[in-house]
Design a protein around this ligand. Sequence first.
Ligand code: GAR
Length: 224
Amino acid sequence: MSDRLRLGVMVSGSGTNLQSIIDACEAGRTGACVAVVTSNRASAFGLERARKHGIPTVHIPVGQTGSPEWEAADARQVEVLQAHGVQLVCLAGYMRKIGPRLLDAFPGAIMNIHPALLPAFPGVEVQWTAADYGVRIAGCTVHFADEEFDRGPIIIQAAVPVMPGDTGDELAHRILQQEHRIYPQAIKWFAEGRLSISGRQVLVKEAPPPLIDGTAIISPGLDP
Ligand code: GAR
């Protein structure tokens, strides 16, 4: 078996973040490989993307949060991820609350990506909320997951400007482009053992200085 870190990616929808992770893994840019992709939605296009790359997929229906079906899905999720030897779980547009069994089974080893500069705008479809709110700077965050939505310790963030007249769709697109840069980077740091958590702080060993280019400010910066 290869010594690459084995990822389990959980998606609910289109899966462009999943695609960026797969592409980065296949290009040898993360030190990881995607071992399995699961989704609460059988029709999620992310599952199709995974299949195209020969990655096993599993549909795990999830009932209402807190219901017996949801608890069963929590247990099933752990079973599937462990059966595929997963070492890091990546929530990539996974729109359901994860359960205590999953959190216990992968302590400090579940990441999430969120399309806002947390702690501002937790929740869903927040790019449209941010545009409506009139913020001038928006962005995205990769963080370790905990039992609350969009709350755990922050690994990396990218900030983008909001342009006059931006629609939610335009802003969401601008943010998504940065999501595809920072998620593979966070995974690479994890794979290289460069992340440690102390309370709310995440220490990134040999973190590159913040990167400022024509599209974003990213902190910490990206590895060369
Ligand atoms: C992404 O923007 C991701 O940050 C967001 O869902 C989108 C999924 O897109 N996640 C959340 O809002 C989590 N709270 P994708 O399926 O194309 O990767």
